[in-house]
Design a protein around this ligand. Structure first.
Ligand code: OGA
Ligand code: MN
Length: 285
């Protein structure tokens, strides 16, 4: 092994110690990192702040980088920017700014791009400016969530699929997409139970984009999804990452949920830069 690993949470996530992403990592280093990613679902790297080229070079080891959704400040590029800083003026955006309202959706547990037909394999988020307190990103493992279900609940999930839609999760925070954005973000059906293509580990696949269950009355499906989400995100299951400038976190969008947490956005700057890797056809068992 080239690197050392420190557990972030008893059930998932590791810090990779000794890998400097601002330098080129050779093929065997990357193979080790990719294997750790499949095993642990969340990887943390601490180091100097990455520039965009360095982040793209690292991201491409995981697969094809997705073009971002147009609602984001960096929309229609290879980056999504999570920030309270206006890119044009470099000043803080007021809380009622449409971009701030759009980003409120990040406070709900979600898997990035699960409303797209291929979803996302993983996201890579780098911290450029972090507030003195708050603004953690919280994660839960959907493998742990699956393992924790009773046999009866597991049987109820098998064979079901959920419809994921960005307009649904945004509606939960009182935000409406424009008609053009609605057309750009069609909904997608994904099995409730999926399997990691490398190691065969099973997990639940839910989150706030999941609006209802195919073939069930909307209310009933929604209640079932809500119940599963509550179980998956119980406090002991959560790893909350407290960011330092230069941190990079890679998370498996197929197998974890994440959400943003509040900070004083009217006083402090926060700038995070995300690349998102295109997903793959889902394996079920
Ligand atoms: C994201 C996201 C949460 C955060 O980048 O996909 O949900 O804490 N970020 O900024
Ligand atoms: Mn996200």
């Amino acid at each position: 092994m080239m690197f050392d690993y420190r557990l972030l949470h008893p059930r998932f996530g590791v810090e990779v110690v000794g890998a400097d992403l601002s330098r080129t990592i050779d093929e065997s280093g990357c193979a080790e990192i990719l294997e750790a990613f499949e095993t642990h679902s969340v990887l943390l790297f601490r180091g100097p702040i990455l520039d965009d080229e360095q982040q793209l070079a690292f991201s491409r080891w995981f697969g094809e980088v997705q073009v971002s959704f147009s609602g984001n400040q960096s929309g229609a590029t290879l980056f999504s920017r999570q920030s309270n800083i206006d890119m044009e003026t470099d000043t803080l955006m007021p809380p009622d700014h449409r971009q701030m309202k759009y980003q409120e959706g990040n406070r709900l547990w979600h898997s990035d791009s699960s409303y797209r037909p291929l979803g996302s394999k993983c996201s890579i988020l780098s911290a450029h400016e972090t507030p003195p307190s708050g603004g953690d990103t919280a994660f839960v493992s959907l493998r742990a969530a699956w393992d924790g279900l009773s046999d009866d609940m597991k049987r109820r999930c098998e064979g079901l699929s959920a419809m994921h839609a960005l307009s649904y999760s945004r509606h939960l925070t009182g935000f409406s997409l424009t008609p053009e954005q609605e057309a750009e973000a069609p909904s997608a059906l994904h099995p409730l139970v999926r399997v990691n293509p490398v190691n065969g580990r099973k997990n639940l696949f839910i989150g706030s984009h999941a609006s209802h269950i195919d073939g069930l009355p909307v209310d009933e499906g929604r209640r079932f999804l809500g119940d599963l989400l509550d179980r998956a995100t119980e406090p002991a299951a959560v790893y909350a990452h407290a960011w330092r400038d230069g941190d990079v976190v890679v998370w498996d969008n197929r197998a974890v949920l994440h959400r943003a947490t509040p900070f004083d956005a009217t006083r402090h700057r926060r700038l995070m830069q995300r690349t998102t890797i295109v997903g793959e056809a889902v394996l079920t068992l």
